[in-house]
Design a protein around this ligand. Structure first.
Ligand code: ATP
Length: 253
C-alpha cells in the first residue's frame, strides 16, 4: 500500500445471531479514491459497508469482532461518539430518501443539527452542497418546494447534497443508482468521479460495468469473505483468484 489507508479493517467478523455474515475481513481503503464492493447477492457487501459507520449497531443479535479504524481511531471503541463518526462517514442509500420537507430544509437539516443557525451561512452551505451534488441549476429556483416533488434521480442527488452538507470525509453509497434510470445513473457516476477529488467514496454495486467505470479499487466478496481486493483494472483484467474470474465472467452470481 503506497499511502496510509483512511479506513482499515482487520479480522473483521460479524454475526447476525448464529449466522456469520463476515469472515475475518482485512481491507485497507485508500483516501480520495473510489472503492467498489462487488459480489453476488447476500455475500455481505451491504453488511460490510454498514459496519464502517456503525449503521448495524442496533440490529438485534448482532456481534462484531475484530478491528475497524478510521484515520487510526478504533470506531467500535466505547468512547467513540457515533454522531461524530457518522458526520465523518456519511451514507447514501439505495432508494432516494429525502425528508418530507423543502429541498432547502433537507440540506440545512444536518448543519442545523450540528448548531449552524445563521441564515447567510445556511444559504451558503445549501448552495455549495447542491452545486457539489450537481443539482443546483435544476433546483435553485424551487428551493422552498418539497424535495418529494423531484424525480428519483434528482431526489438521489439531493440526498447526496444532504450528505455533503455536513462536510463528511468519507461517503458510503449502497447501490445508490440501482433505483434510477440510465441518464440519472450516468449523472451520478460522473458526480462520483468529481467527488473523489475531495472525498473518499465506497460504493456497493451489482453492476460490474459501473464498478469498472467509476472505481479505482475493487473488492470481491463471496459468502462473507473478501476474496480479492485490487486495482479495478487489474481485478477485471487479470484476477488472481479463480472465484473472482468466474464471477466477473458471469459464470455465477
Ligand atoms: N438485519 C439482518 N438480520 C439478519 N441477517 C441479515 C441482516 N442483514 C443481512 N443479513 C444476512 O447477511 C448476509 C449478507 O447480507 P448483505 O445484505 O450484507 O449482502 P449483500 O451482498 O449486500 O446482498 P445484496 O447484494 O442482495 O444486497 C445475508 O445472508 C443476509 O440474509
Amino acid at each position: 500500500m503506497d499511502q496510509t489507508p483512511i479506513i482499515a479493517t482487520r479480522g473483521l467478523d460479524l454475526w447476525y445471531g448464529a449466522s456469520q455474515a463476515l469472515h475475518s475481513v482485512d481491507m485497507d481503503i485508500p483516501e480520495k479514491k473510489v472503492t467498489a464492493l462487488i459480489g453476488p447477492s447476500g455475500c455481505g457487501k451491504s453488511t460490510f459497508l454498514k459496519t464502517l459507520d456503525r449503521m448495524n449497531d442496533l440490529v438485534p443479535g448482532i456481534k462484531i469482532t475484530g478491528s475497524v479504524t478510521y484515520r487510526g481511531q478504533e470506531i467500535y471503541d466505547p468512547q467513540v461518539d457515533v454522531t461524530w463518526l457518522r458526520k465523518q462517514v456519511g451514507m447514501v442509500f439505495q432508494k432516494p430518501n429525502p425528508f418530507p420537507m423543502s429541498i432547502y430544509d433537507n440540506i440545512a437539516y444536518g448543519p442545523r443539527t450540528h448548531g449552524v443557525r445563521g441564515k447567510a451561512e445556511l444559504d451558503d452551505i445549501v448552495e455549495k452542497s447542491l452545486r457539489g451534488a450537481a443539482i443546483w441549476d435544476e433546483v435553485k429556483d424551487r428551493l422552498k418546494k418539497s424535495a418529494l416533488s423531484l424525480s428519483g434521480g434528482q431526489q438521489q442527488r439531493v440526498c447526496i447534497a444532504r450528505a455533503l452538507a455536513v462536510e463528511p470525509d468519507v461517503l458510503l453509497m449502497d447501490e445508490a443508482t440501482s433505483a434510477l434510470d440510465p441518464i440519472s445513473t450516468s449523472k451520478i457516476e460522473d458526480l462520483i468521479s468529481d467527488l473523489k477529488e475531495k472525498y473518499t467514496i465506497i460504493i456497493v454495486t451489482h453492476n460490474m460495468q459501473q464498478a469498472t467505470r467509476v472505481s479505482d479499487k475493487c473488492a470481491f466478496f463471496l459468502l462473507g469473505e473478501l476474496i480479492e481486493f485490487a486495482d479495478t483494472t487489474q481485478l477485471f483484467s487479470v484476477p488472481k483468484d479463480k472465484r473472482t474470474e468466474d464471477y466477473i465472467t458471469g459464470r455465477f452470481g
